[in-house]
Design a protein around this ligand. Structure first.
Ligand code: GUN
Ligand code: FE
Length: 476
């Protein structure tokens, strides 16, 4: 049965554009794709609505549906996408972030992943809770780093599929682990294990119709220091052969990049490039050291970057040049990098991305070799990013590089969240929002909507989220 929604729809088709469509009708077909979005009074919308009562054959998909009115102070927004998160690390989320990356990995991350792999009941608990929490936070699409164990990755995939959380599950590949009890013994053993995961996942998903499958595998060499050249080369071949996307970490921090250079005598980005990994099916986390030399490699090859601002603030020395990446039209989305970041909330990452960009801009101005009075006129490129651009990153930006939609447009998957700013009875604001002007002026014009969406962007939380759909299925 199709679904119809009437009300206000907000999305970001490109980085600087907040599109607000009031009094629109949106139709979703039985397979969970958007088939119509237009003003309610347009002929096209009216003919759909009149077809509801007359049940004409042309509107059979929606003939049994009753339109859902979104509410006077509510809007539909695409779900958030978390492009980079380590599922098993949710177990110790928040701990040890005073440590440098490599030490943190060895003291916390590998141990937690090993525990999850060794205890299926724990995997069930951690992954079940994680999936539920992500949905509560408005995240409807995820790219996961899992663990090396086949069984726990299958548990994760099942939890996602059952709950309706869309995403990619990356069974980790690492044949050069520094931890004797957590690693793969050779490139061949690693490949065998990955093939077993891919086959098992395919087998499990076979019970679902194509449009019902929301989970896909993604090949996941953890990062260069724990993978042999042989393993990396064979993973690339396997990805090409099976048509599977690839994700990893690239140019994250000084100690990591230094380790790569010490081991291989080459730079991280050169290794990925030489092995042929930099292409449209590759997602790289961080790339905080993105520079003018690297930009063409990422742009021309259509690599997608997961920007994880909170994690970078702890585990990287440099912050990602987001302004430059957006200005060069690179594919960028946001990631929490849990547990390198301590929050599951992509809304927090949006705020964090803006904050970091503003700190970069502040540092740029401070570093100008001129007086305070002169600096305003000195010009140069402002490095800050605004809240609308951050919504783009959290929705369309995150999905675009993964072959998905991320907007509310005909042909795209219907992955949306219902945000309530205020309820009908008392328009003073839901949750943490105190919307004084809403009580007196209402919310009629596009400008009024923009102001209230911005208020929500700053201070809204789970209490404003009243529903969520992934591929048309209600998941919250
Ligand atoms: N590099 C390799 N593994 C990891 C990880 O688990 N987290 C982060 N942030 N970086 C990594
Ligand atoms: Fe990470």
């Amino acid at each position: 049965m199709g679904q119809l929604f009437v009300g206000t729809f907000v999305d970001t088709p490109c980085p600087g554009e907040l599109r607000i469509r009031q009094d629109h009708l949106l139709v979703v077909d039985e397979k969970g794709y958007i088939t119509h979005i237009a003003p309610i009074h347009d002929d096209s919308s009216q003919s759909i609505l009149s077809g509801l009562s007359s049940s004409s054959p042309s509107s059979s998909s929606s003939s049994s549906s009753i339109p859902m009115e979104l509410g006077k102070h509510s809007f539909l927004l695409p779900v958030f996408t978390d492009l980079h998160i380590h599922a098993a690390q949710y177990l110790f989320c928040g701990l040890g972030l005073d440590l440098p990356l490599i030490e943190w990995l060895e003291r916390y991350a590998y141990k937690a992943e090993e525990r999850v792999d060794g205890d299926p009941a724990l995997a069930e608990r951690v992954y079940g809770t994680l999936v539920k929490r992500l949905l509560q936070n408005g995240t409807g699409c995820v790219s996961f780093f899992g663990t090396i164990g086949v069984r726990s990755n299958l548990i994760l995939a099942k939890k996602m599929q059952e709950a309706g959380l869309r995403g990619f599950v990356g069974k980790l590949s690492m044949d050069q682990s520094p931890r004797p009890t957590y690693g793969e013994t050779s490139a061949s053993a690693s490949l065998d294990s990955l093939n077993e995961f891919l086959d098992s996942l395919e087998g499990y998903l076979a019970q679902y119709k194509p449009h019902e499958k929301v989970v896909e595998p993604i090949i996941t060499p953890r990062y260069v220091p724990v993978c042999s050249d042989e393993l990396l080369g064979r993973l690339k071949e396997l990805g090409d052969k099976r048509g599977v996307r690839v994700q990893s970490h690239m140019c994250e921090g000084r100690d990591q990049m230094g380790l790569v250079y010490k081991q291989r005598g080459k730079r991280d980005q050169d290794i990925w490039n030489e092995l042929g990994f930099l292409g449209p099916k590759t997602l790289q986390a961080h790339v905080t050291y993105l520079d003018d030399e690297m930009i063409p490699l990422i742009k021309d090859r259509e690599v997608t970057i997961a920007h994880c601002p909170l994690s970078n603030a702890y585990l990287s020395e440099k912050q990602f040049p987001l302004r430059e990446a957006l200005d060069k039209s690179l594919n960028v989305g946001l990631g929490t990098d849990v547990a390198g970041g301590y929050t599951l909330s992509i809304q927090n990452q949006m705020r964090q991305a803006v904050i970091i960009s503003r700190l970069r801009e502040g540092a740029r101005c401070e570093n100008m070799d001129c007086s305070f009075a002169e600096s305003a006129n000195k010009g140069g490129k402002n490095l800050s990013v605004d809240w609308v651009e951050s919504i783009y990153l959290a929705t369309r930006g995150g999905k675009k590089g993964m072959g998905l939609g991320g907007c509310l447009e005909v042909g795209m998957e219907f992955d949306a969240q219902l945000i309530e700013l205020a309820d009908e009875g008392s328009p003073s604001g839901v949750g943490a929002l105190d919307l004084f002007d809403l009580q007196t002026r209402g919310i009629d014009t596009e400008e009024e909507w923009k102001v209230n969406v911005e208020r929500w962007w700053c201070n809204g939380d789970d209490r404003n989220r009243k529903g969520m759909w992934v591929q048309g299925r209600k998941v919250l």
